[in-house]
Design a protein around this ligand. Structure first.
Ligand code: CP
Ligand code: NVA
Length: 330
Protein backbone atom coordinates (compact mmCIF):
# COMPACT_ATOMS: atom_id res chain seq x y z
CA UNK A 1 0.00 0.00 0.00
CA UNK A 2 1.56 3.31 -1.03
CA UNK A 3 -0.24 6.44 0.14
CA UNK A 4 2.75 8.76 -0.23
CA UNK A 5 1.70 12.22 -1.37
CA UNK A 6 -2.05 11.50 -1.04
CA UNK A 7 -4.25 14.10 0.64
CA UNK A 8 -6.57 13.03 3.45
CA UNK A 9 -9.65 15.19 2.88
CA UNK A 10 -12.59 12.79 3.18
CA UNK A 11 -13.02 9.02 3.27
CA UNK A 12 -14.94 9.12 -0.03
CA UNK A 13 -11.48 9.55 -1.62
CA UNK A 14 -10.17 6.33 -0.03
CA UNK A 15 -10.78 2.67 -0.87
CA UNK A 16 -11.89 0.26 1.88
CA UNK A 17 -8.43 -1.38 1.63
CA UNK A 18 -6.68 1.97 2.15
CA UNK A 19 -8.90 2.78 5.14
CA UNK A 20 -8.23 -0.64 6.64
CA UNK A 21 -4.50 -0.20 6.03
CA UNK A 22 -4.51 3.11 7.96
CA UNK A 23 -6.45 1.58 10.87
CA UNK A 24 -4.04 -1.37 11.03
CA UNK A 25 -1.01 0.92 10.78
CA UNK A 26 -2.43 2.96 13.66
CA UNK A 27 -2.78 -0.23 15.73
CA UNK A 28 0.89 -1.07 15.02
CA UNK A 29 2.04 2.44 15.92
CA UNK A 30 -0.05 2.29 19.10
CA UNK A 31 1.58 -1.01 20.10
CA UNK A 32 5.02 0.46 19.45
CA UNK A 33 4.24 3.51 21.58
CA UNK A 34 3.00 1.28 24.44
CA UNK A 35 6.26 -0.71 24.18
CA UNK A 36 8.33 2.46 24.29
CA UNK A 37 9.66 1.91 20.74
CA UNK A 38 10.62 5.10 18.91
CA UNK A 39 9.16 5.81 15.46
CA UNK A 40 10.89 9.13 14.74
CA UNK A 41 11.40 8.24 11.10
CA UNK A 42 10.37 11.70 9.85
CA UNK A 43 13.10 13.66 11.64
CA UNK A 44 13.80 17.05 10.17
CA UNK A 45 10.34 17.42 8.58
CA UNK A 46 7.82 20.08 9.59
CA UNK A 47 4.04 20.33 9.47
CA UNK A 48 1.68 23.32 9.72
CA UNK A 49 -1.49 22.95 11.77
CA UNK A 50 -4.19 25.46 10.80
CA UNK A 51 -7.11 25.73 13.21
CA UNK A 52 -9.86 28.19 12.27
CA UNK A 53 -12.05 26.50 14.92
CA UNK A 54 -11.01 25.47 18.43
CA UNK A 55 -9.83 21.97 19.35
CA UNK A 56 -8.44 19.83 22.15
CA UNK A 57 -8.15 16.27 20.74
CA UNK A 58 -7.32 17.02 17.12
CA UNK A 59 -4.68 19.64 17.86
CA UNK A 60 -3.02 17.58 20.59
CA UNK A 61 -3.14 14.47 18.41
CA UNK A 62 -1.43 16.19 15.50
CA UNK A 63 1.19 17.75 17.77
CA UNK A 64 2.02 14.60 19.76
CA UNK A 65 1.91 12.39 16.67
CA UNK A 66 4.18 14.77 14.74
CA UNK A 67 6.65 14.93 17.64
CA UNK A 68 6.62 11.14 18.02
CA UNK A 69 7.49 10.89 14.32
CA UNK A 70 10.35 13.35 14.87
CA UNK A 71 8.69 16.33 13.17
CA UNK A 72 8.40 19.99 14.10
CA UNK A 73 4.99 21.68 14.21
CA UNK A 74 3.64 25.20 13.82
CA UNK A 75 0.19 25.81 15.28
CA UNK A 76 -1.80 28.55 13.55
CA UNK A 77 -4.62 29.35 15.93
CA UNK A 78 -8.05 30.77 15.01
CA UNK A 79 -7.68 34.43 13.93
CA UNK A 80 -3.89 34.51 14.30
CA UNK A 81 -2.89 34.30 10.64
CA UNK A 82 -3.71 36.09 7.40
CA UNK A 83 -5.64 33.08 6.08
CA UNK A 84 -8.86 34.01 4.33
CA UNK A 85 -8.78 37.59 5.59
CA UNK A 86 -5.76 39.17 3.90
CA UNK A 87 -4.56 36.17 1.93
CA UNK A 88 -6.48 33.71 -0.23
CA UNK A 89 -6.47 29.98 0.42
CA UNK A 90 -4.60 29.40 -2.85
CA UNK A 91 -1.83 31.84 -1.86
CA UNK A 92 -1.65 30.48 1.70
CA UNK A 93 -1.37 26.94 0.32
CA UNK A 94 1.58 27.88 -1.89
CA UNK A 95 3.36 29.72 0.94
CA UNK A 96 2.92 26.93 3.50
CA UNK A 97 3.58 24.24 0.91
CA UNK A 98 7.00 25.77 0.27
CA UNK A 99 7.99 25.56 3.94
CA UNK A 100 6.23 22.48 5.31
CA UNK A 101 6.00 18.82 4.31
CA UNK A 102 2.31 18.62 5.26
CA UNK A 103 -0.60 20.85 6.26
CA UNK A 104 -3.52 20.13 8.57
CA UNK A 105 -6.66 22.26 8.24
CA UNK A 106 -9.63 22.54 10.62
CA UNK A 107 -12.29 25.03 9.70
CA UNK A 108 -15.48 25.70 7.82
CA UNK A 109 -16.44 24.58 4.32
CA UNK A 110 -15.01 21.40 2.79
CA UNK A 111 -14.30 23.53 -0.31
CA UNK A 112 -11.60 25.37 1.69
CA UNK A 113 -9.60 22.25 2.54
CA UNK A 114 -10.06 20.97 -1.03
CA UNK A 115 -8.72 24.31 -2.36
CA UNK A 116 -5.78 24.16 0.03
CA UNK A 117 -4.98 20.67 -1.24
CA UNK A 118 -5.20 21.81 -4.85
CA UNK A 119 -2.45 24.40 -4.43
CA UNK A 120 -0.26 23.14 -1.55
CA UNK A 121 1.95 20.65 -3.40
CA UNK A 122 2.25 18.67 -0.13
CA UNK A 123 -0.27 16.38 1.64
CA UNK A 124 -3.20 18.22 3.25
CA UNK A 125 -5.13 16.58 6.11
CA UNK A 126 -8.70 17.48 7.06
CA UNK A 127 -8.90 18.05 10.82
CA UNK A 128 -12.69 18.76 10.60
CA UNK A 129 -14.85 20.78 8.26
CA UNK A 130 -18.59 21.46 8.38
CA UNK A 131 -19.10 18.49 6.07
CA UNK A 132 -16.59 15.84 7.20
CA UNK A 133 -14.36 14.72 10.07
CA UNK A 134 -12.32 11.88 8.54
CA UNK A 135 -9.56 11.57 11.15
CA UNK A 136 -12.27 11.03 13.79
CA UNK A 137 -13.61 8.14 11.73
CA UNK A 138 -10.28 6.32 11.69
CA UNK A 139 -10.12 6.60 15.49
CA UNK A 140 -13.68 5.30 15.74
CA UNK A 141 -12.89 2.37 13.45
CA UNK A 142 -9.79 1.51 15.49
CA UNK A 143 -11.83 1.66 18.71
CA UNK A 144 -14.53 -0.60 17.21
CA UNK A 145 -11.91 -3.03 15.93
CA UNK A 146 -10.21 -3.19 19.33
CA UNK A 147 -13.53 -3.82 21.03
CA UNK A 148 -15.29 -6.19 18.63
CA UNK A 149 -12.26 -7.61 16.77
CA UNK A 150 -13.57 -6.45 13.36
CA UNK A 151 -15.53 -3.64 11.70
CA UNK A 152 -17.38 -5.36 8.83
CA UNK A 153 -21.03 -6.04 9.64
CA UNK A 154 -21.03 -3.89 12.79
CA UNK A 155 -24.39 -2.20 13.45
CA UNK A 156 -24.16 1.49 14.36
CA UNK A 157 -26.95 3.83 15.36
CA UNK A 158 -26.10 7.52 15.14
CA UNK A 159 -28.51 9.69 17.15
CA UNK A 160 -29.07 13.44 16.99
CA UNK A 161 -27.99 15.99 14.41
CA UNK A 162 -27.74 13.83 11.28
CA UNK A 163 -26.96 16.56 8.71
CA UNK A 164 -23.48 17.64 9.76
CA UNK A 165 -19.85 16.49 9.73
CA UNK A 166 -20.15 13.46 12.04
CA UNK A 167 -23.28 11.91 10.55
CA UNK A 168 -21.99 12.52 7.01
CA UNK A 169 -18.70 10.88 7.93
CA UNK A 170 -20.50 7.91 9.48
CA UNK A 171 -22.51 7.38 6.29
CA UNK A 172 -19.35 7.31 4.20
CA UNK A 173 -17.54 5.06 6.68
CA UNK A 174 -20.31 2.48 6.98
CA UNK A 175 -20.80 2.46 3.22
CA UNK A 176 -17.09 1.92 2.54
CA UNK A 177 -16.48 -0.62 5.31
CA UNK A 178 -19.57 -2.80 4.88
CA UNK A 179 -21.13 -1.67 8.16
CA UNK A 180 -24.80 -1.05 8.94
CA UNK A 181 -25.74 2.51 9.86
CA UNK A 182 -29.06 3.76 11.20
CA UNK A 183 -29.35 7.54 11.37
CA UNK A 184 -31.94 8.25 14.01
CA UNK A 185 -33.17 11.84 14.06
CA UNK A 186 -35.97 14.29 13.47
CA UNK A 187 -36.35 14.47 9.67
CA UNK A 188 -35.52 18.19 9.74
CA UNK A 189 -31.98 17.00 10.52
CA UNK A 190 -31.67 14.28 7.88
CA UNK A 191 -28.55 14.51 5.69
CA UNK A 192 -28.15 15.80 2.15
CA UNK A 193 -30.09 13.36 -0.11
CA UNK A 194 -27.27 13.42 -2.69
CA UNK A 195 -24.75 12.15 -0.12
CA UNK A 196 -27.27 9.55 1.11
CA UNK A 197 -27.67 8.33 -2.48
CA UNK A 198 -23.90 8.16 -3.03
CA UNK A 199 -23.39 6.26 0.23
CA UNK A 200 -26.22 3.83 -0.47
CA UNK A 201 -24.66 3.08 -3.87
CA UNK A 202 -21.29 2.38 -2.25
CA UNK A 203 -22.93 0.32 0.52
CA UNK A 204 -24.57 -1.88 -2.12
CA UNK A 205 -21.08 -2.92 -3.26
CA UNK A 206 -19.65 -3.65 0.22
CA UNK A 207 -22.57 -5.35 2.00
CA UNK A 208 -23.19 -2.29 4.19
CA UNK A 209 -26.45 -0.38 4.60
CA UNK A 210 -27.73 3.11 5.41
CA UNK A 211 -31.15 3.56 7.04
CA UNK A 212 -32.79 6.84 8.04
CA UNK A 213 -35.50 6.84 10.68
CA UNK A 214 -37.33 9.15 13.06
CA UNK A 215 -38.25 6.20 15.28
CA UNK A 216 -36.00 6.39 18.34
CA UNK A 217 -37.35 3.10 19.69
CA UNK A 218 -37.05 0.80 16.66
CA UNK A 219 -34.00 2.70 15.41
CA UNK A 220 -31.96 1.89 18.50
CA UNK A 221 -32.90 -1.79 18.86
CA UNK A 222 -30.13 -4.42 18.63
CA UNK A 223 -27.05 -2.35 17.82
CA UNK A 224 -23.31 -2.77 18.48
CA UNK A 225 -22.49 0.94 18.66
CA UNK A 226 -24.63 3.84 19.88
CA UNK A 227 -23.04 7.09 18.69
CA UNK A 228 -23.92 10.72 19.18
CA UNK A 229 -22.47 14.22 18.80
CA UNK A 230 -23.31 17.69 20.05
CA UNK A 231 -26.58 19.18 18.80
CA UNK A 232 -25.10 22.59 17.97
CA UNK A 233 -21.74 22.41 16.24
CA UNK A 234 -18.83 24.82 16.23
CA UNK A 235 -19.53 27.89 14.13
CA UNK A 236 -23.32 27.51 14.28
CA UNK A 237 -25.30 30.48 15.64
CA UNK A 238 -26.33 30.62 19.29
CA UNK A 239 -29.92 31.16 18.13
CA UNK A 240 -30.07 27.49 17.04
CA UNK A 241 -30.02 26.11 20.59
CA UNK A 242 -33.72 26.43 21.40
CA UNK A 243 -34.97 24.60 18.29
CA UNK A 244 -32.26 21.94 18.52
CA UNK A 245 -33.19 21.10 22.10
CA UNK A 246 -36.89 20.89 21.20
CA UNK A 247 -36.29 18.83 18.06
CA UNK A 248 -33.52 16.51 19.23
CA UNK A 249 -34.35 15.73 22.88
CA UNK A 250 -36.24 12.58 21.76
CA UNK A 251 -32.88 11.42 20.33
CA UNK A 252 -30.87 11.78 23.55
CA UNK A 253 -28.81 8.69 24.44
CA UNK A 254 -30.29 7.42 27.70
CA UNK A 255 -30.04 4.22 29.74
CA UNK A 256 -33.14 2.84 28.00
CA UNK A 257 -31.54 3.47 24.59
CA UNK A 258 -28.48 1.47 25.69
CA UNK A 259 -30.70 -1.31 27.06
CA UNK A 260 -32.55 -1.54 23.75
CA UNK A 261 -29.26 -1.60 21.84
CA UNK A 262 -28.17 -4.55 23.99
CA UNK A 263 -25.87 -5.29 26.91
CA UNK A 264 -22.85 -5.77 24.60
CA UNK A 265 -23.35 -2.42 22.83
CA UNK A 266 -20.83 0.36 23.36
CA UNK A 267 -21.47 4.09 23.64
CA UNK A 268 -19.25 6.35 21.53
CA UNK A 269 -18.98 10.12 21.07
CA UNK A 270 -16.39 12.18 19.21
CA UNK A 271 -16.31 14.59 22.19
CA UNK A 272 -16.54 17.19 23.63
CA UNK A 273 -19.91 16.15 25.12
CA UNK A 274 -22.63 17.91 27.11
CA UNK A 275 -23.29 15.06 29.55
CA UNK A 276 -23.57 17.31 32.61
CA UNK A 277 -23.48 21.00 33.51
CA UNK A 278 -19.76 21.13 34.38
CA UNK A 279 -18.85 23.35 31.44
CA UNK A 280 -19.36 27.08 30.94
CA UNK A 281 -21.68 26.66 27.96
CA UNK A 282 -23.43 23.58 29.39
CA UNK A 283 -24.18 25.43 32.63
CA UNK A 284 -25.44 28.58 30.90
CA UNK A 285 -27.63 26.65 28.46
CA UNK A 286 -28.80 24.24 31.17
CA UNK A 287 -30.02 27.16 33.26
CA UNK A 288 -31.60 28.91 30.27
CA UNK A 289 -33.47 25.87 28.90
CA UNK A 290 -33.83 23.76 32.04
CA UNK A 291 -31.84 20.59 31.39
CA UNK A 292 -29.18 18.53 33.19
CA UNK A 293 -27.59 17.02 30.09
CA UNK A 294 -28.05 17.22 26.33
CA UNK A 295 -27.17 14.59 23.75
CA UNK A 296 -26.27 11.91 26.35
CA UNK A 297 -27.07 11.41 30.01
CA UNK A 298 -24.22 11.45 32.50
CA UNK A 299 -25.25 7.92 33.52
CA UNK A 300 -24.54 6.54 30.03
CA UNK A 301 -21.43 8.68 29.51
CA UNK A 302 -19.87 7.37 32.73
CA UNK A 303 -21.13 3.79 32.35
CA UNK A 304 -19.12 0.62 31.66
CA UNK A 305 -20.51 0.63 28.11
CA UNK A 306 -18.89 3.99 27.34
CA UNK A 307 -15.59 3.79 25.42
CA UNK A 308 -15.25 7.53 24.77
CA UNK A 309 -11.82 7.99 26.34
CA UNK A 310 -10.29 5.03 24.48
CA UNK A 311 -11.78 6.60 21.36
CA UNK A 312 -10.17 9.96 22.23
CA UNK A 313 -6.74 8.35 22.73
CA UNK A 314 -7.08 6.62 19.38
CA UNK A 315 -7.27 10.02 17.67
CA UNK A 316 -3.53 10.35 18.23
CA UNK A 317 -2.54 6.90 16.96
CA UNK A 318 -4.71 7.19 13.84
CA UNK A 319 -3.57 10.72 13.00
CA UNK A 320 0.01 9.46 13.34
CA UNK A 321 -0.80 6.74 10.81
CA UNK A 322 -2.26 9.27 8.37
CA UNK A 323 0.78 11.55 8.54
CA UNK A 324 3.28 8.68 8.43
CA UNK A 325 1.60 6.99 5.45
CA UNK A 326 1.00 10.12 3.37
CA UNK A 327 4.51 11.42 4.05
CA UNK A 328 5.90 8.10 2.85
CA UNK A 329 7.34 6.84 6.14
CA UNK A 330 5.68 3.39 5.93
N1 CP B 1 -13.39 15.11 18.48
C1 CP B 1 -12.71 16.22 18.21
O1 CP B 1 -12.44 16.56 17.05
O2 CP B 1 -12.32 16.93 19.30
P1 CP B 1 -11.66 18.38 19.31
O3 CP B 1 -12.71 19.35 18.82
O4 CP B 1 -11.26 18.61 20.73
O5 CP B 1 -10.47 18.37 18.39
N1 NVA C 1 -20.14 18.30 15.09
C1 NVA C 1 -19.10 18.76 15.99
C2 NVA C 1 -17.95 17.81 16.02
C3 NVA C 1 -16.87 18.16 17.00
C4 NVA C 1 -15.73 17.18 17.01
C5 NVA C 1 -18.65 20.15 15.56
O1 NVA C 1 -18.45 20.36 14.36
O2 NVA C 1 -18.53 21.03 16.42
Amino acid sequence: MNLKGKHFLKLLDYTPEEIEYLVNLAAELKAKKKNGERVDVLKGRNVALIFEKTSTRTRCSFEVAAHDLGMGTTYLEPDSSQIGKKESIADTARVLGSMYEGIEYRGYGQAIVEELAKYAGVPVWNGLTNEFHPTQMLADLLTIKEHFGHTKGIKVVYMGDARYNMANSWMVTCAKMGMHLTLCSNKKYFPDPELVKTCKEIAATTGGSITLTEDAVEGTRDKDVVYTDVWVSMGEPDSEWEARIADLTPYKVTKSVMERAGKDAVFMHCLPAYHDLKTEIGKAKGEQFGFEDLEVTDEVFESEQSVVFKEAENRMHTIKAVMAATLGAF
